[in-house]
Design a protein around this ligand. Structure first.
Ligand SMILES: Cc1cc2nc3c(=O)[nH]c(=O)nc-3n(C[C@H](O)[C@H](O)[C@H](O)COP(=O)(O)OP(=O)(O)OC[C@H]3O[C@@H](n4cnc5c(N)ncnc54)[C@H](O)[C@@H]3O)c2cc1C
Length: 316
């Protein structure tokens, strides 16, 4: 492993990580490395957004004025990924993919970013690993015989299946409405309505229910999944159990507490402790993006965090 000392190492190449890298570059910093465990940047967008998904700048109705230099606007999954491709290429940021960081260790005057088989040294470090590396899972056990039929993204879905989508937020609604074009879809949500979703998704799901493209089971909880001839039997706390070809959970993600804890970052109320500049309790080690948010941030928020961090590191 090289002994090179980077000015900045960023862990996680999602919107917040890319913004931290690019904004530091624009303020004159060089030797920036953006480390990503997946095969390319933005694994969350690639894996969890359905194809052609509409990407809203003001996601979930959170109105965000962009502070920095990355001009992000509404688009689609594909246009957003192309946009970030261009942003990275234009600013000569070194993107190191297929590299999972295990933890960050603080030495006297630098950080040692621990990866399989070695480490990368940097004077400053930013953790932007998001929450979707660990999507939320139900607390009941999923029998191993049906695990292949239970998923957290649309990757495994095919055609003409009977599918249950679990959840009632924006992601669940988008999954249900999209799958309904080619499948028989039921959405199951513990609340009585979809008021948490943004207005467009509320309208989309209302229309899909009206057309009977999607069926809804509201105000009930799933208590168990069981195998039924190789398929998934969904048992509810109220009403009849029903069997599906596939069950997709879209119930958010979890704070990567083990990673943060092993890097010395304190966690309070499920979020890493940080000051107004997104610096954690470890001097010179920053946190940004979704991991700093109670439940779900947004691309625009992540971009603003990256800008704030760049300004703080470079003392603008
Ligand atoms: C289905 C869905 C739809 C959404 N739609 C919208 C929308 O329309 N508009 C909007 O603004 N927001 C939307 N969001 C939210 C948005 O995607 C997130 O707020 C945003 O991606 C958060 O950016 P981030 O940089 O904090 O983390 P992420 O985008 O999650 O990026 C984290 C990156 O870190 C990498 N990583 C994780 N652990 C490690 C490790 N140990 N080592 C190295 N790399 C690691 C991951 O592979 C990933 O690439 C949506 C989210 C979902 C799930």
């Amino acid at each position: 492993m090289s002994d090179k000392m980077y000015e900045l190492a960023i862990i996680g190449a999602g919107p917040a990580g890319i913004a931290a890298a690019v904004e530091c570059y624009l303020l004159g910093m060089r030797d920036i490395i953006l480390i990503e465990k997946d095969e390319n940047h933005n694994a969350t967008i690639r894996k969890f957004y359905k194809d052609n998904k509409r990407v809203d700048k003001d996601w979930k109705g959170q109105k965000v004025d962009l502070d920095g230099n990355i001009y992000f606007i509404d688009g689609t999954k594909e246009s957003t990924l192309d946009f970030f491709d261009e942003v990275i290429a234009k600013h000569s940021v070194e993107l190191k993919t297929h590299t999972e960081v295990q933890k960050i260790q603080k030495n006297d005057d630098h950080f040692e970013v621990m990866i399989t088989g070695g480490s990368i040294k940097a004077k400053h470090a930013v953790v932007t690993i998001g929450r979707m590396g660990k999507p939320n899972k139900p607390d009941y056990k999923i029998p191993s015989s049906i695990k292949k039929r239970v998923a957290y993204t649309l990757e495994s879905c095919s055609l003409d299946e009977k599918v249950m989508v679990v959840g009632g937020g924006d992601s669940a609604i988008e999954y249900a409405v999209d799958l309904a074009h080619k499948n028989d879809v039921t959405i199951c949500y513990r609340r009585e309505n979809f008021r948490r979703a943004n207005p467009t998704n509320q309208k989309d799901i209302a229309e899909a229910l009206e057309r009977e493209d999607v069926c809804a089971i509201l105000g009930v909880n799933i208590t168990a999944l069981e195998e039924d001839n190789g398929k998934v039997k969904v048992v509810l706390d109220e009403g009849e159990a029903e069997t599906y070809d596939r069950v997709i959970y879209a119930i958010g993600g979890t704070t990567p507490s083990a990673f943060l804890g092993s890097s010395g970052i304190e966690i309070e109320d499920g979020k890493p402790v940080h000051d107004e500049n997104y610096m954690s309790n470890v001097e010179g080690l920053y946190v940004a993006g979704d991991i700093t948010q109670e439940s779900g941030g947004s691309i625009a928020l992540g971009l603003n965090h990256g800008y704030a961090i760049a300004n703080h590191i470079l003392k603008v």
